[in-house]
Design a protein around this ligand. Structure first.
Ligand code: 2IT
Length: 445
């Protein structure tokens, strides 16, 4: 099969959608051998079908701000692929949101969800709405207006949205309230719900905890462990917070966090009090990390820079796509980084990933590393369907199991002849085979 032609055609059909092209190109490069060994995929045009979303809904979101002014945003839901289960994926609220970003995220989500071992298809949605600086009532009115359109597209067995950047527990609450009012039913139509109304224990921590379990497995390959390791983390949102808790618990030292304003270097490492403070910082909703340095003397705020210039053993980008580029990778490698794991979706540019591979550094891609978030969302759906709640220990044990199975799949499909584990290849092939074979089983639809 001519994967280059498929890629070229895609670029021509969707000019300018650079993030989407980037995500598809990475997968197509990884699966070339598997596709050549399995001509049945070509005969059924599986790749051509897989790289286009099943459907896309675009809508206008109209809402009134506190001053009485009417605001207009764009809303989207991309149903990417439901070969293995109902569409599932988060809602991103950020001014940068456009169709290219949501298509890249939905495409990645399809493979990630396949890796979780749960029956979940791939989707993504969002809006160019900027939650920064908005009042609680403005957030509510926006979420209600967004759901007024979205509700027709979703359902507990159709499509189950969740949080992503800009969408946390509060937003899920307002979205759920409106869905319930329109549909007159209480179902597991969203995940990341509050514990009193159908949420799952461990969901808020799941992405960060799962990522840390994954890195624990990467370390174990070399009989290594977190104890005594310095860990550089970017971001200070929900995901970075979960990473900080679990890495610290396992004996690692988290020495950086970051925001759009710059990064914090904390030589002594985060501790329970500082991690708690991250929650406060996040709740202020002003998106800046610099107050941390004022709160904790002996720590340093570096304005306008990313944390990748700091010497560390493990780098875990946890903010957003393409936040670590080729130059950052070169700097990390020069400083002796031993492991890199994307906790954000597509956190590294292709140049950065290539540099880590060339240097023989184990590099975990987002779709494997951060799959614990959607994995526990899947567990929330199971609990909702059974109308019961599992204990935190039970959910955590299942999360652990999932991450370990994803790691094994990466080893199975990504181990090279020289022993180096190419986690990108491993994750892409494992996810692809599950989705591709499911599509074949279900005929031409
Ligand atoms: O990128 C992701 O996997 C998420 N934002 C979580 C999606 C989900 O459905 O929990």
């Amino acid at each position: 099969m001519d994967l280059k032609k498929i890629m070229n055609d895609l670029e021509k059909k969707h000019p300018g959608e650079v993030e989407y092209h980037q995500a598809v190109r990475e997968v197509l490069e990884s699966i070339e051998d598997v596709v050549n060994d399995n001509p049945q995929f070509d005969a059924a045009s599986i790749i051509e079908r897989m790289v286009e979303p099943d459907r896309i809904l675009t809508f206008r979101v109209t809402w009134m701000d506190d001053s009485g002014k009417v605001n207009v945003n764009l809303g989207y839901r991309v149903h990417f692929n439901n070969a293995i289960g109902p569409y599932k994926g988060g809602i991103r609220l950020h001014p940068s949101v456009n169709l290219s970003i949501l298509k890249f995220l939905g495409f990645e989500q399809t493979f990630k969800n396949a890796l979780t071992t749960l029956p979940l298809g791939g989707a993504k949605g969002g809006s160019d709405f900027n939650p920064k600086g908005k009042s609680d009532t403005e957030i509510m009115r926006f979420c209600q207006a967004f759901m007024l359109e979205l509700w027709r597209m979703i359902g507990p067995n159709t499509d189950v949205p969740a949080g992503d950047i800009g969408t946390g527990g509060r937003e899920i609450g307002y979205l759920y309230g409106m869905y319930k009012k329109l549909k007159m039913e209480n179902t597991g139509v969203l995940t990341g719900k509050g514990l009193n109304w159908g949420g799952s224990l461990v969901r808020p921590e799941a992405t960060g905890f799962g990522a840390t379990y994954f890195v624990k497995e990467m370390l174990a390959v070399n009989n290594d462990a977190f104890i005594g390791k310095t860990v550089s983390v970017s971001g200070f949102g929900n995901v970075a917070w979960g990473v900080a808790i679990k890495v610290t618990e396992l004996g690692g030292k988290v020495v950086t966090i970051s925001g759009p304003d710059g990064y914090i270097y904390d030589e002594k490492g985060l501790d329970a009090e500082k991690i708690e403070y991250l929650l406060e910082l996040r709740a202020t909703n002003n998106d800046i990390v610099s107050p941390y340095a004022k709160e904790f003397p002996g720590t340093k705020f570096v304005a306008g820079k990313k944390p990748w210039e700091v010497k560390c053993d493990i780098a875990m980008p946890s903010a957003t796509q393409n936040e670590l580029n080729g130059d950052d990778a070169a700097q990390l490698i020069a400083n002796g980084v031993k492991y890199v794991a994307e906790v954000s979706n597509m956190g590294c540019t292709p140049e950065a990933a290539e540099a880590f591979h060339k240097a023989g550094i184990p590099f975990g891609p987002g779709k494997a590393v951060n799959a614990g978030g959607v994995g526990v969302s899947g567990l929330e759906m199971s609990q909702n369907a059974m109308k019961l709640n599992w204990t935190a220990e039970e959910v955590d044990a299942r999360l652990h199991q999932m991450m370990s199975s994803i790691h094994s799949a990466c080893i199975q499909y990504g181990t090279q002849s020289n022993g180096y584990i190419n986690y990108v290849k491993g994750a892409n092939i494992a996810g692809f085979l599950k989705v591709a074979n499911s599509m074949l089983d279900q005929g031409i639809i």
